[in-house]
Structure formats: C-alpha cells, structure tokens
Design a protein. Sequence first.
Length: 186
Amino acid sequence: MENLQQHIEALIFASEHGIGIAEIKQVIDAIAGHEIDEQAIRDAVADITVRYQADSHVFELKLINNGYQFLTKPGYYGTLNQLQAHRAKKKLSQAALETLAIIAYRQPITKLEIEQIRGVNCDYSIQRLLEKELIKIVGKADAVGKPILYGTSDLFMDHFGINSTADLPKLKEIVSENNTIGETSD
C-alpha cells in the first residue's frame, strides 16, 4: 500500500484513545481493499516510533494499554503543567481521588464497599468519575440486591500512563511503616 506509514500515523494521531495493531490493520485493510501483512504494519509503526524519537519532534509514539498514542516528550511536561493549571475545572476533588484510588486498588467493588472504606456517601464522586470515564460499570455482584460493581476504565490507564493495574504503586510503597498508634515495645 502506498504511503502506509502516513495512513497509520494519521490513524494514531486522530484516535481519541490508544489504537492497537489489530484495529489499525482492520482500517488499513478496508482502505487498501485487500489484506495488508500485519508485519508490514508493525514495521511501519516501528519506523514511526524511530522517526519521532528525533529531538526536532515534541511528541513520541508510545504503547500504553496495548494501544499506540502520540504523547508529549518529558522535556515539555512543564509547559503542559502550566496549561493544566489554567484548566482547573478538570481537576478531581480530594473525595473523587480517594474514591478512584479505592476503586483502582480494590476493583471490582460496590458503592457500599467504597462507602464503608471512606466512611462517607460516595454518590457524587462515583457519578463524576463515571462522567469523566475514569471508571466504568463492570458487572453486578452476587450479593442481595445485585449491587453494581465498579472498576477502572481504559481512559484511567491512559490518563495515568499505565498498562494495567499491576503497574500501580504497591500500597506498602505509599504507606509509611511508621503509621502506628500508641507505643511500640522493644
């Protein structure tokens, strides 16, 4: 196929979320009118990756959560942080962050379980996280009343730059071991 790299680059650029090799292949096959060798697509993606590693580009091609995305290079994070400071309305509240962390580490989890951990009603936080598509409904529990189970979404993975929840920091890395009550005996 003529200009294969440019077609693939356009697909990755225009994709709202990461796009995988299988989806790229489906679209390219439809454009070409015949099957394109998957290895040719992989080679084209590899060439695009190398091309964007040059210092003249502010973006790089990254594989996150089994999908390719153009991301800004780390040297430009400061600039983007300034932009984000002006878009404060997109920030998550402390309550929403706590709720999101509970869901990320304990998924699948019901609203009642989240509320038992937090000790407060979580309706608003869960609704905001669903609206922002950081969490999703993953099913229903077998408990009485069949409560909804929540889990993190692909957008959560994209937003935090991880491939799976296994990439989340381990709780023992975050929580201080000196977090005790009362005196300790020797």
